[in-house]
Design a binder for this molecule. Structure first.
Ligand code: NAI
Length: 700
């Protein structure tokens, strides 16, 4: 049973009890209807209170049942709500903490609602690409007025119960409890006070009108269209609420249901639901139990105050964890600290940070040139130059000074974490923590698991990631880990496309239209083209068989490193970031084609998008097969949070599933026929072949 039934004198109390948030799974729905029947059959019961145990009234649908037959099995939520409405005895919802989605809809089916202050009230379905599907769009406007209800439904954001209770004319809450503690008692008293009231009030019978309906809905639709670019659900929220004002209640309910069901099958909703689950899955490591004991992280040390070291430090300062930064020279420390200050001051200017908070954060920051000052830190993150020799010295020194049990992490983006661990006598304490630039902004943290990394180290770092508000994804050790290993294939394709006839602006535009925040060439100019150049030079001997376009090297040979040198793939005007197509680059690419004897051809945007995205997919499939990533959805999280992959497409692996792996494989085979491309790379990964043969997808 996931609801308890108890009679207090002449009032029956049904308490949903399905931790953590009393999700309305099948067992809870059954228990609710059984409780109702029991109370209605019991002659001594005069009224019924429905409430939730623990941390919520109800958070809505049970995510464990998402996509399973149980989610829609009878009694479904609509039937439960109907049973409440039809109860011959008054049903009172006693709301506290959280009433969201189906939880709020359930309460709207009750005859009365009493709420504790501080409760979060929301219809967040739009965040999953849906609209409320159990009457939320029809009932909420009837109790809160069209405008407030529509704002809540379109944004999905929670509003505090006491704020809603202050709305003039609101009928959402019949009474506010004096406190959360007093809710139960006051709900019982309220239930008794309405025990004999007949007829029982129903939200469905309330009028629903907007005085300037036509103008208002037109305005709302235009606003929402502009904001919701790639997503259909927000505009559908407007439609559904408009139906509430124009149609009879039951007709409105049918239309709501129709919209809900149609949205369920849109790729955008599929993507959002996938991300919702993927986020939760990523924090779980298959062979590291959730109750693995963790190490306490009370103080952090960072080695290197450069681009990454400063940003990394800010994450911990923001979370109230003291940081000590070590550098080789005082000047480097001073430079690093002044960058941190500038970043915070920019936030103050924008009104995003208060002066006292800023000072509080800076007071947690210490600097040093002496390793002894780090000895007591619980975690040290190395962010020095990307050279194995330099990292070796740092880790040997750390091994000598750090206290027993300290976690030693490297922010390396390409080097072998196992080799780094072997520089110490405690490889079990070594882990990769790969932040993305700017490290104080980007959500992604790749946690690189070495061959010997201890489970409690992993558990600790995953938990810590949550504390500093990062999305952590575990990667095994390989060159580039998950994200950069895949992006290399994407960049290679971008280069081939130039050789074959495309311009940087055509490639960028095509992939930006697909939804990427920035195309590969604008991105290169922003990050600095010299970074990739240095990596290619380093790898020239290790990966001599890897075919790639020489255009990027030629660009760097001209000193065009990107925005920082005022020129890259594009030209830039002083102090501006607008990318202006460059004649010089065009000529350089044309000359290069001539050298190679290539006759340029017209390349479609479709081909550009397919080659860039399927390059990610094929490499992703190899990564999955090798066990570098534990699940396809982890790869999607890396791309969504670290590389600007369009949210509405749900990440490269889900996108491939939605296109159909058979189609993706056919395209790869087509690309293999292109003599200018890399036929070996386009051999579909064995995992793709297997999934196609078995009629399966990456994401099950
Ligand atoms: P950076 O050159 O901006 O900063 C490195 C800092 O380390 C410099 O301030 C330098 O003085 C200091 N340093 C060098 N050797 C040291 C030593 N032995 N002891 C103490 N301090 C020392 O480099 P950046 O970009 O911050 O990169 C640092 C690490 O982060 C590298 O491993 C890099 O691959 C990685 N990384 C860089 C990203 C980026 O976008 N820049 C992204 C993710 C990782």
């Amino acid at each position: 049973m996931t609801a308890e039934y108890k009679v207090h004198g002449d009032v029956a109390v049904i308490t949903m009890n399905n931790p953590p948030v009393n999700g309305l799974g099948l067992a809870t729905r059954v228990a609710l209807t059984q409780g109702l029947e029991k109370a209605n059959a019991d002659g001594s019961v005069k009224a019924i209170v429905i409430t939730g145990a623990g941390k919520a009234f109800s958070g809505g649908a049970d995510i464990k049942e998402f996509g399973t037959p149980k989610a829609v099995a009878e009694p479904n939520l609509l039937s439960v709500i109907l049973a409440m409405e039809n109860s011959s005895k008054p049903v009172v919802a006693a709301i506290h903490s959280v009433a969201m989605g189906g939880g709020l809809e359930l309460s709207l089916g009750c005859h009365y609602r009493i709420a504790a202050p501080g409760a979060n009230i929301a219809l967040p379905e739009v965040k999953l690409g849906l609209i409320p599907g159990a009457g939320g769009t029809q009932r909420l406007p009837r109790v809160l007025g069209v405008e407030t209800a529509l704002n809540m439904i379109v944004s999905g954001e929670p509003v505090k119960s006491e704020l809603l209770a202050q709305q003039p004319g609101q009928k959402l809450f019949d009474k506010m409890a004096s406190s959360a503690q007093a809710l139960q008692e006051e709900a019982l008293a309220f239930a008794r006070s309405v025990a004999d009231t007949r007829p029982l009030p129903l939200v469905r019978n309330l009028p629903c009108k907007h005085p300037q309906g036509d103008a208002y809905f037109q305005f709302a639709r235009n606003m929402v269209k502009g904001m919701a670019k790639n997503f259909p659900a927000p505009v559908k929220c407007v439609d559904a609420v408009e139906f509430a004002t124009r149609k009879k209640f039951d007709e409105g309910m049918t239309l709501e249901r129709e919209i809900f069901t149609n949205l369920m099958f849109t790729p955008e909703s599929r993507a959002l639901r996938h991300i919702f689950m993927a986020e939760r899955a990523a924090s779980k490591i298959p062979d590291v139990p959730e109750d693995t004991p963790q190490r306490e992280i009370k103080a952090v040390a960072v080695i290197g105050a450069g681009t990454m070291g400063g940003g990394i430090s800010m994450n911990f300062l923001n979370a109230g964890i003291p940081v000590t930064i070590l550098e080789m020279k005082q000047e480097a420390l001073d430079r690093g600290i002044s960058t941190i200050r500038k970043n915070y001051e920019a936030q103050i200017k924008k009104g995003k940070l208060k002066q006292d908070k800023y000072e509080q954060r800076m007071s947690l920051l210490k600097t040093t040139l002496d390793y002894q000052d780090l000895a007591q830190a619980d975690l040290v993150i190395e962010a020095v130059f990307e050279e194995m020799g330099v990292k070796q010295k740092v880790f040997e020194t750390l091994d000598g000074v750090m206290k027993k049990g300290a976690i030693l992490a490297s922010n390396t983006s390409t080097l072998d974490v196992n080799k780094i661990a072997a520089f110490t006598k405690r490889p079990q304490d070594v882990v990769g923590m790969h932040f993305f630039s700017p490290a104080n902004v980007m959500k992604l943290l790749e946690v690189v698991r070495g061959g010997k990394t201890a489970k409690d180290v992993l558990a600790t770092v995953m938990q810590l990631a949550k504390k500093i508000k990062k999305t952590a994804v575990v990667s095994g050790v390989c060159d580039g880990f998950i994200g950069n290993r895949m992006i290399e294939q994407y960049s290679r394709q971008a280069g081939f496309l130039l050789d074959e006839g495309a311009t940087p602006q055509q490639v960028d535009k095509a992939i930006e239209k697909f939804g990427f925040a920035m195309g590969p060439f604008r991105m290169g100019d922003l990050a600095g083209n010299d970074i990739g150049w240095a990596i290619r030079k380093r790898r020239a001997t290790e990966r001599a068989d890897m075919k790639y376009s020489r255009t990027a090297d030629k660009l760097c040979e001209l000193g065009r490193f990107g925005q920082k040198t005022g020129a890259g793939w594009y030209d830039y005007q002083a102090g501006k970031r607008d990318a202006i197509p460059s004649k010089l680059v065009e000529d350089m690419i044309a000359a290069h084609r001539k050298e190679l004897g290539i006759e340029p051809r017209k390349i479609s945007d479709e081909e550009i998008v397919q080659r860039l995205v399927y390059a990610l997919v094929n490499e992703g499939a190899h990564i999955l097969e090798e066990g570098i990533a534990s699940r396809a959805s982890d790869i999607d999280m890396v791309y969504l949070t670290g590389y600007g992959f369009p949210i509405h497409r749900g990440g490269p692996m889900l996108y491939a599933d939605q296109v159909g792996l058979f189609n993706v494989m056919q395209a790869m085979k087509r690309f293999q026929q292109n003599p200018r491309d890399d036929a070996k790379f386009w051999e579909p990964a064995p995992l793709i072949k297997r999934l196609v043969a078995e009629g399966k997808t990456f994401n099950g």
